[in-house]
Design a protein around this ligand. Structure first.
Ligand SMILES: [Zn+2]
Length: 652
């Protein structure tokens, strides 16, 4: 069954350094989509790679004492290693320093210049070096870069420009005629209202202030600026030819079905890129999906915050599939997801070890115990079976529908609904009781058949998300029926054949021990100078003030929060569980102040909290922040503000 072609691209990763888990999320998300499309019957082409030019790379290479090419060779290899470690199945890993790409970009640039879309002028504006971006006065935030908050400087240089405004009506019409072009929907409105409607400015497409880029062939000193160089990778590596002699891959796979990118670069892909393609007379991609971010605790990962977590470290700790599962499951379609070690452990224990692992282990073990591993024909059905079988047959279609909308987390949810239902079926049918009664053997065989077949369907569907685990389950089931059509009938397991031996898929993790282990590893890795001085409360050294630098202070994000609700902690007398309102957001925080306050006296009060404290599980309840209080002797008071101020206000 061939449902047609499916071409998916990720953004190409910028080779300024090793990607952290937040940057690695995208390739895993992309991989789960293309693996599903393959299972679903599509002829897939999956392209990823690296964006290797620009001033930032030139500067980083200089700092590292390397040539830019040496520098990007190393970083690109590292990125590829991580993509491979995550078990991703890309067909092509492209690099923008590829000579063939360079030649094509030069031809594209020349073509656009010759036909009058590109003209020469001067660029004057505020420039942010780390972001390699120009900004107008109006775009600056408090005089700083609106993207990263760093200093900008006024720059004037000769440059080529692309006349964007010539195409804005056509782009607007395309977006209106193709409601699925920009996903999620909320981002579409942002692009239209913030950028297209106010009028598109001409785009600077060449630079002269650095030379690590693709030279403009007809004007020495100019290099092609990031847009035309990086964005065009989606067609150049397929064999697009500005003269019209396209390669086979281009003829077969273009237009892309999905450009999967981070929400922060949506503007480049839904405005600049379509306009470039229109100018080239090339069909537009069918869809651009700007996925949300994976946050650490509650902030974006960054080296300056010291909260960077790398995929390979997580894989060492938990295994590839557990990390794939976590990032895919934890990311809703349109809003950001959060990663903490505690949450990863919780997901592994509750979902992978308990719901999935237990079900498979119990079912295979019982088949071995009662029938020496032999699969029995389902000849003794009862009405109670219908509900499970119906759900097992509906699940592939539900997953297909969600995946068509790129709702990956929801798709996984559908599969886990089937797994939960199967566990419930074990409770309902109680096979261990049937096993005690010789006359119930036929019924027992039927129950186990229904379970084995439901597990097979779930395992085949899990492959796009948990490829290694799916393979292990199919091996334990001893079946090679894993095509899409086999999911549409409840008869993939073959009576008379034998299942394999049960093996543990995911061991339960002792959270306390694991966190201790992680802390030790992280302490050992932390550079010496960043180790905090030990704070002592001894009376003798009371005068020795331990100074916090302004950087230390700035690490803390403190905010005013309004108490919406307070309850006693279910497992600890000293603790109260708060629901706090911080601006638009609601948070749960556990605090040990039940000795001083009654819950009902606190509701409606405004308190001061540490907003970016790493989330922890306190006696089984998640706490996401810390309420500040002042304490002396036996007295304690929660810290509040002198004047009434709305919740969400920041403390500085
Ligand atoms: Zn910046």
């Amino acid at each position: 069954m061939n449902k047609g072609k499916y071409y998916l691209t990720t953004a190409i990763a910028y080779t300024s350094g090793k990607p952290h888990i937040g940057n690695t999320y995208e390739i895993v998300l992309a991989d789960s989509i293309v693996r599903f499309k393959k299972l679903n019957g599509y002829d897939v082409y999956f392209q990823t790679g690296t964006d290797e030019h620009g001033q930032k790379i030139q500067l980083s290479a200089e700092k590292a004492g390397k040539t830019p090419q040496e520098f990007v060779d190393e970083v690109a290899a590292e990125i590829k290693r991580i993509w491979d470690l995550m078990n991703t199945t890309y067909d092509k890993f492209v690099r923008t320093t590829d000579p063939e790409h360079i030649k094509l970009v030069q031809k594209i640039f020349k073509k656009l210049y010759d036909q009058g879309d590109i003209y020469k002028g001067y660029y004057e504006g505020w420039y942010c070096t780390p972001d390699e971006a120009f900004f107008t006065d109006a775009q600056l935030v408090d005089g700083k870069c609106p993207d990263c908050g760093r200093d900008v400087h006024m720059t004037r240089e000769e440059a080529y420009f692309f006349k964007m405004s010539n195409y804005s009506d056509r782009l607007m019409k395309h977006i209106e005629d193709n409601p699925k072009f920009i996903q999620p929907e909320s981002r579409k409105n942002e692009m239209v209202n913030n950028f297209i409607k106010p009028g598109l400015q001409d785009l600077c497409v060449s630079r002269t202030s650095f030379d690590w880029g693709i030279p403009v062939t007809f004007d020495e000193g100019h290099v092609v600026y990031v847009w035309i160089d990086a964005l065009s990778n989606y067609i150049t590596f397929l064999g697009y030819d500005p003269d019209g002699c396209h390669g086979d891959l281009y003829n077969k796979y273009w237009p892309a079905d999905v450009h999967l990118i981070g929400k922060d670069i949506l503007r480049f892909h839904t405005i600049y890129w379509p306009i470039l393609l229109m100018a080239l007379g090339v069909e537009l991609p069918k869809q651009v999906f700007g996925h949300p971010w994976l946050l650490i605790g509650d902030g974006k990962m960054s080296k300056s915050k010291g909260n960077v977590i790398y995929a390979d470290d997580l894989v060492d700790l938990f295994g590839v599939d557990a990390i794939r599962y976590f990032v895919l499951h934890e990311m809703p379609f349109a809003s950001d997801g959060t990663l903490t070690y505690e949450l990863i452990i919780e997901r592994i224990n509750s979902d992978l070890a308990n719901i999935l692992g237990n079900l498979v282990n119990r079912t295979i073990s019982m088949t071995n115990k009662y029938f020496d591993g032999e699969i029995k024909a389902p000849t003794a059905s009862e009405p109670i079976d219908d509900d499970l079988i119906k759900l097992a047959l509906e699940t592939p279609l539900k997953v297909e529908k969600k995946m068509d909308e790129l709702k990956v987390s929801d798709s996984i949810g559908e599969i886990f609904t089937l797994l939960r239902r199967s566990n419930k079926y074990i409770d309902e049918t109680q096979p261990w009781i049937l096993g005690r009664d010789e006359s119930k053997k036929e019924r027992l065989g039927t129950v186990l058949y229904n379970l084995l077949e439901s597990i097979r369907i779930a395992a085949v569907l899990l492959e796009p998300y948990l490829p290694e685990t799916a393979e292990k389950i199919l091996k334990q089931l001893n079946t090679d029926k894993k095509d899409w059509d086999s999911l549409l009938q409840f008869k993939g397991m073959v009576p008379g054949q034998k299942v394999g031996t049960p093996e543990i898929l995911f061991a339960r993790i002792d959270a306390v021990k694991k966190i201790e282990e992680i802390n030790k590893i992280n302490e050992a890795k932390a550079p010496k100078e960043s180790v905090k001085p030990e704070v002592t409360k001894s009376e003798k050294v009371k005068e020795d003030v331990c100074y916090a630098t302004i950087d230390d202070f700035e690490k803390l994000d403190m905010r005013v929060a309004e108490i919406l609700k307070v309850e006693k902690h279910p497992n600890a007398d000293k603790l109260l569980v708060f629901q706090l309102k911080i601006g638009e957001e609601t948070r749960q925080v556990v605090s040990g102040i039940s000795k001083w306050y009654k819950p009902e006296d606190l509701v409606g009060k405004k308190v001061v909290m540490i907003y970016n404290l790493e989330p922890v599980i306190l006696r089984g309840v998640e706490s996401n922040g810390m309420i500040l209080s002042a304490e002396k002797g036996k007295k304690l008071s929660v810290v509040s503000t002198l004047e009434d101020i709305p919740s969400g206000a920041t403390i500085s």
